[in-house]
Ligand binder design. Structure first.
Ligand SMILES: NC(=O)C1=CN([C@@H]2O[C@H](COP(=O)(O)OP(=O)(O)OC[C@H]3O[C@@H](n4cnc5c(N)ncnc54)[C@H](OP(=O)(O)O)[C@@H]3O)[C@@H](O)[C@H]2O)[C@@H](O)CC1
Ligand SMILES: Nc1ncnc2c1ncn2[C@@H]1O[C@H](COP(=O)(O)OP(=O)(O)O)[C@@H](O)[C@H]1O
Ligand SMILES: [K+]
Length: 552
């Protein structure tokens, strides 16, 4: 139901490109000319007066795009300086280089040459794109650090840097910089604008990607139409639909730019369902009953946040269930919330005889021992549920037995490392060759291992489902949700609200992956709507406004 924009790994992109060329409908040269023209067009949109540009061209087709850009800017009256490598590129890039040479020289691609040139209005990074396989060597690394302002006197380059496909050095499958530590380091190349082709790649949205790409524009170079008309959008057996490439979609702040038609349709469907205008439920139980399992005295805040979120997202009924002795702590507003004491697993089993309870949330403010005690009863019921916070800590000791496809695990990085230490370690390791192991790979592996939907939180939230039951050797669907534009969402209790939103959506009947993806989207949309200064308590009450903004 909620799919956003399709994103492609670099392998998928290459496979699509090759299949399109093999079909005879398009040539590599034509694609390169369109790609270069698109970048030049975006430069001219943002810098309408012709000025000075330095174009840095690498050894492959990314460099080929650079030569096309140089030509377009020169035709438009710009003074263009081109730095390139004296190598033998592929035939398309070689042709574009030859054509540039009819207009101007190619200076050596060195740090010294870059520094010796005049100050420019725009610097174009066409050094490496999707073909990066290893960390840049010393000379290119020096150029990249100069472009990022660490050359001392060059600190002013950054706001004028335009990246072709990506800032060079970024692994487009993971968002990591090859050869560098995964955690934020002292420098990364940062562009003001990145123009990428056909579809976003995971690396544009993960880890360092959003910060380093700056404004991200996806240029259509004619492959999308070919894919949809000539090849069919999801034809099985098409060469790019190999198993590592199973459906991957993204939701990020600018995604409607890439796919306006589809976005409008998604938005309409989403709005109609969320606001209960679509569907045939005639009474509150038709919108589901969510149960929020809560903790003892003094721990009530987290579960109350979850419960409020579940109510706001439209569950027909929400009941909060602390131990009997702590009920008094949960008597405050909202009055719409129902309360019921649940002391232990047996009491929960009794309660779950009511088949109208359709979504549960276990973990926020629950206490590890209580969560561990309730887990077997909850999992044994097979009911849709969110396991967060203390329930994840309990799972880390109990193991994954009993988890099923209707469970959503919502770990942050620390909880993920407790649950899947080896995967977290791989994800933390410095990548020395591309494509690097990505958050999508890690979350897919976690989903396959646990048998549940896994949502790994962060500014780049990744959600994946286990492989399809009938095809356990394949990968399931995955979604990247980018919220890098709302850093104020990282506030205490925000995760409890997310868990409640997902529980409410599960209770309303959404399948686990869709509930997790829609919950993540609503969560960020609520934070975006409120703005800085947000505390977690503000989030649930923004949800009706988010619904109204959808045009519902
Ligand atoms: N998507 C599309 O439809 C279209 C894509 N297009 C464009 O093509 C780009 C992909 O082109 P690409 O495959 O030639 O790779 P690219 O990024 O230029 O760089 C790799 C080159 O550098 C080399 N190399 C790698 N690592 C290295 C290192 N550390 N240090 C030194 N060298 C290194 C590597 O060769 P290697 O040495 O590994 O054999 C290779 O020669 C893509 O990003 C987009 O801009 C458009 O033109 C058309 C439509
Ligand atoms: N830098 C960030 N930008 C946007 N969202 C973020 C950022 N860091 C974390 N988040 C989001 O904030 C929420 C924090 O949840 P969590 O870590 O469980 O916090 P808590 O336990 O305090 O509720 C998650 O939804 C996560 O995706
Ligand atoms: K580049």
């Amino acid at each position: 139901m909620l799919s956003g924009t399709e994103i492609l790994t670099t392998a998928q992109m290459r496979a699509i490109e090759s299949a399109a060329m093999a079909s005879g409908k398009v040539t590599g040269l034509k694609l390169m000319k369109r790609a270069g023209a698109a970048v030049a067009g975006h430069i001219r949109l943002r810098w309408p007066r012709p000025g000075r540009a330095t174009v840095l061209c690498g050894p492959g087709n990314n460099g080929g795009d650079g030569y096309v850009i140089a030509r377009h800017l020169a035709w438009a009256g710009w003074q263009v300086r081109v730095l390139g490598i004296d190598n033998t590129p592929g035939p398309d890039a070689a042709e574009m280089r030859r054509q540039w040479l009819a207009l101007g020289p190619i200076l050596p691609l060195t740090d010294a040459e870059l520094r010796s040139g005049p100050d420019c209005d725009v610097y174009v990074d066409a050094i490496f794109g999707t073909g990066l396989t290893r960390p840049p060597g010393r000379e290119i690394a020096a150029i990249l650090s100069c472009l990022d302002g660490y050359g001392g006197d060059a600190a002013f380059y950054r706001p004028r840097l335009v990246a072709v496909d990506c800032p060079s050095g970024l692994c487009l499958d993971s968002g990591a910089f090859l050869g560098q530590a995964r955690q934020p380091v002292w420098h990364n190349l940062r562009a003001a604008l990145t123009v990428a082709f056909d579809s976003p790649k995971p690396g544009h949205l993960l880890e360092r990607g959003p910060e380093c790409c700056g404004e991200l524009v996806i240029a259509d170079i004619g492959l999308r139409e070919w894919r949809e008309t000539e090849a069919g959008p999801s034809r099985n057996g098409a060469p790019w639909r190999t198993q590592r490439m199973a459906s991957l979609s993204a939701i990020w702040p600018g995604f409607e730019i890439a796919d306006r038609r589809r976005f409008a349709d998604e938005k309409r469907k989403r709005a109609a369902w969320l606001t209960k205008r679509e569907g045939d439920a005639r009474h509150k139980f038709g919108h589901g009953h969510a149960l929020i399992l809560a903790g003892g005295m003094g721990q009530g805040g987290a579960a109350r946040l979850s419960a409020r979120a579940a109510l706001r997202v439209g569950a027909g009924l929400v009941t909060i269930c602390p131990p009997q002795s702590a009920l008094i702590e949960y008597l405050g507003p909202p009055d719409a919330l129902m309360r019921r004491g649940v002391n232990d697993g047996d009491a929960l089993i009794g309660l779950l005889r009511d088949g109208r309870i359709t979504g549960l949330c276990l973990g926020p403010g629950c206490g590890i021992d209580r969560a561990a005690g309730l887990l077997p009863a909850l999992l044994g019921s097979g009911r849709s549920c969110v396991l967060d916070a203390d329930a994840l800590t309990a799972l880390a000791t109990q193991g994954f037995a009993g988890l099923h496809r209707n469970c959503v695990l919502t770990p942050h990085a620390g909880e993920f490392a407790r649950l899947f230490p080896d995967l977290a370690e791989r994800l933390d390791a410095r990548p020395d060759k591309g494509p690097a192991y990505s958050r999508v790979d890690a979350v897919r592996d976690a989903a396959a291992r646990s048998g549940a939907v896994v949502l790994l939180k962060g500014p780049d939230t990744v959600i994946a489902e286990p492989p399809p039951r009938a095809h356990p050797h394949l990968t399931g669907r995955a979604v990247i949700h980018s919220a890098s534009d709302v850093p104020w969402l990282a506030t205490a209790g925000s995760g409890d609200v997310l868990a409640g939103l997902i529980a409410g959506l599960l209770a309303r009947g959404l399948p686990a992956l869709d509930a997790a993806a829609m919950g993540a989207w609503l969560h960020a949309a609520a934070a975006r709507r409120f703005g800085p200064g947000l505390i977690a308590d503000d989030l649930p009450d923004q949800i009706p406004g988010v619904f109204r903004d959808l045009g519902a």
